[in-house]
Design a protein around this ligand. Structure first.
Ligand SMILES: Cc1cc2nc3c(=O)[nH]c(=O)nc-3n(C[C@H](O)[C@H](O)[C@H](O)COP(=O)(O)OP(=O)(O)OC[C@H]3O[C@@H](n4cnc5c(N)ncnc54)[C@H](O)[C@@H]3O)c2cc1C
Ligand SMILES: NC(=O)c1ccc[n+]([C@@H]2O[C@H](COP(=O)([O-])OP(=O)(O)OC[C@H]3O[C@@H](n4cnc5c(N)ncnc54)[C@H](OP(=O)(O)O)[C@@H]3O)[C@@H](O)[C@H]2O)c1
Length: 538
């Protein structure tokens, strides 16, 4: 099993060479300047909860724009990189790394990097932006409270140790502890049982492996089994999910469905997938009347089809009835049936069972409870990440349920910069009333979606949300370039200062006219402006 990544020489691979040149240019153009060692960072001060790719990336953006940050990570230092630090050595990206450039400075050396390359990129980013000096480990966040007067946030009720914060980025991910449901007879099984994330070092050669689950981890476990020389592999899938080819063009085309839901035209990609990709294996594709392509995160893998065709892997639609001494008892069902419908009882013999049954979802219950109750609870938040009651909170990549695109992409920077803009420029800040109306509007637009309006989205739909958010409020226009590309924050800051001066003059004149001018109004506003800085003061 390789512990070191296999890196290709870009000179020998022209496409890879072009990819590297593009990455070099993007880094030079779009990466914010890392802080110098003696940098004193300005406001807003942001608490970032979670040290995975989302937390590290958003913190790097904040600090790169001169804002102070503190990362709170529940795990140890070795867990920087989040879920990637806790999976198998053989785990790798399923989606092309072109869509996993979580920060402009990321430099991929191959199309489908493995765990080690991903972790190394996250750690480089963490160090480059001096986030190692601003991370506390083994500090799970259990509460985040906002002072109703000052609007400052306190983490874990400990302002003395951590100080106070103007905003919060929740980056706790969607994959927490491995989920291993207890099944009848499990204790009597004579073979080994492992969760899909704990396969490093496990011997599979010549064995029959039974994989329970039909998601991305099941596919990854299947690849592990084949690579390790397993004699036979069974995948026991309770419900069908779409599998799409590992082809960046196909993946990007699917992510371009701007409606973010099933449409009249969804049959077109489904038809081509069935005829050109599944072909004679159409039986394992979800029936179109049950699960459309734009309702659930598809699995991105081409190899699985080849393995099923070779007969080495058998993909069975079934419910698990329990474990036997030498295998697993299943209720095998026909296509079109639902879980627990009447099927045929069978026993599948095996030496090792892999529980590819997913992960527990980390909870956002440290946030004020009004964010998590009623009609506007995650994922039904403004732009899916801002709780309508608190525009100073952005929960990036941890409220989503399903989608086509990629978790580690451009949007992490966009969401982070939107939060900074809301904090820096109060005229851009959305009102709870309008945030809720946006959620209502999107729900109406997606009324016909078979899943909830925010339970599935595509990447282009996400871009439309951002575009709408900027376009709807003229005070946000000046920030557009900054929000989308992270460039040119100085000009809007100057405009904000000019707007404030104008507002103060008008207020002062109004007060003078009314004979109620309060001494120092002007002075206070100027101070206010100076307090909002995105520059690093060295
Ligand atoms: C094997 C595997 C392969 C994957 N491949 C892809 C892929 O190809 N494409 C893709 O888009 N996605 C993929 N994913 C999904 C993956 O979850 C995301 O890509 C991404 O790594 C998520 O990063 P994150 O920082 O948002 O969350 P995580 O990596 O889960 O990090 C969250 C961090 O927050 C910490 N934390 C949680 N709660 C608290 C708390 N209360 N206080 C303090 N800290 C806390 C955790 O300890 C963790 O370190 C894959 C996932 C797995 C498991
Ligand atoms: N390289 C990659 O891209 C990659 C690799 C691994 C994981 N991931 C990501 O990580 C996340 C988690 O993926 P995952 O595959 O680990 O989890 P998952 O998507 O939640 O899939 C879990 C699977 O286990 C099944 N299952 C759960 N409990 C079961 C039970 N009691 N009996 C029978 N079947 C049961 C589920 O069936 P139901 O669907 O019927 O509930 C589902 O098929 C996803 O976001 C995924 O995209 C990505």
């Amino acid at each position: 099993m390789p512990l070191q990544s296999r890196v290709q020489n870009p000179i020998l691979h022209p496409l890879l060479f072009i990819f590297q040149v593009i990455q070099f240019v993007l880094d030079k153009l779009l990466s914010p300047t890392p802080p110098s060692p003696k940098a004193r960072l300005g406001r807003p001060r942001i608490a970032v909860i979670g040290g995975g790719i989302t937390g590290v990336t958003s913190a790097a953006h904040c600090i790169g724009h001169g804002c102070d940050v503190q990362i709170f990570e529940a795990g140890k230092e070795e867990n920087i990189g989040g879920i990637w630090s806790r999976v198998n050595n053989t785990s790798s990206l399923q989606i092309h790394s072109l869509m996993y450039r979580f920060h402009p400075s990321v430099n991929w050396q191959q199309g489908y990097p493995d765990k080690h390359q991903i972790l190394s990129q996250v750690r480089q980013l963490w160090k480059r932006y001096r986030l190692d000096e601003r991370t506390v480990f083994e500090t799970p966040v259990t509460s985040a409270r906002q002072d109703p007067e000052t609007k400052k946030w306190t983490i874990n009720d400990d302002a003395e140790t951590h100080g106070q914060f103007d905003g919060i980025i929740c980056a706790i991910g969607t994959c927490g502890e491995p989920k291993v449901p207890h099944m009848p007879g499990m204790d009597s099984f004579q073979g080994e049982i492992h969760h899909s994330s704990q396969l490093t070092g496990k011997a599979a050669k010549g064995k029959t492996l039974i994989i329970i689950g039909g998601g991305a981890s099941a596919v990854e476990s299947l690849e592990f089994a084949v690579e390790e020389g397993a004699a036979q592999v069974y995948v026991l899938a309770r419900s069908e999910k779409w599998i799409i080819p590992r082809n960046p063009v196909v993946n990007m085309l699917l992510a371009l469905n701007i409606f973010g839901q099933e449409t009249w035209f969804s049959w077109i990609p489904e038809f081509f997938l069935r005829k050109l990709f599944y072909r004679e294996l159409e039986d394992i594709a979800p029936p179109s009347d049950k699960k459309g392509l734009f309702t659930d995160t598809p699995m991105v893998n081409s190899e699985v089809m080849n393995q099923i065709r070779s007969g080495k892997v058998k993909w069975l639609r079934c419910d698990i009835e329990g474990f036997a001494e030498n295998g697993v008892k299943i209720n095998r069902r026909k296509k079109g049936t639902n879980p627990n419908d009447q099927g045929q009882t069978e026993e599948i013999g095996g030496d090792m069972v892999v529980m590819a049954t997913g992960y527990e979802r980390p909870k956002l219950d440290f946030l004020p409870k009004e964010c998590l109750e009623g009609d506007y609870k995650p994922p039904n938040w403004y732009l899916q990440t801002f709780p309508p009651q608190f525009p100073s909170v952005s929960a990036i990549n941890c409220t989503y349920m399903n989608g086509i695109g990629s978790v580690g992409n451009w949007h992490i920077g966009i969401y982070t910069r939107l939060l900074l803009v809301f904090l820096l420029d109060d005229r851009t800040r959305p009102y709870p009333f309008w945030m809720k109306r946006w959620i209502d509007m999107t729900s109406l637009l997606k009324e016909r979606s078979p899943v909830g309006p925010f339970e599935f989205f595509t990447y282009l739909e996400l871009m439309w949300w951002f575009f709408f958010c900027i376009a709807i409020n003229p005070f946000r226009w000046k920030w557009a370039f900054f929000v989308f590309f992270g460039l040119g924050e100085y000009l809007p800051m100057k405009v904000v200062a000019a707007e404030d001066r104008l507002r103060n003059r008008l207020q002062a004149r109004e007060a003078e006219e009314q004979g109620t001018m309060v001494n120092g109004v002007h002075h206070v506003r100027e101070e206010d402006i100076r307090g909002r800085t995105m520059r690093i003061v060295t």
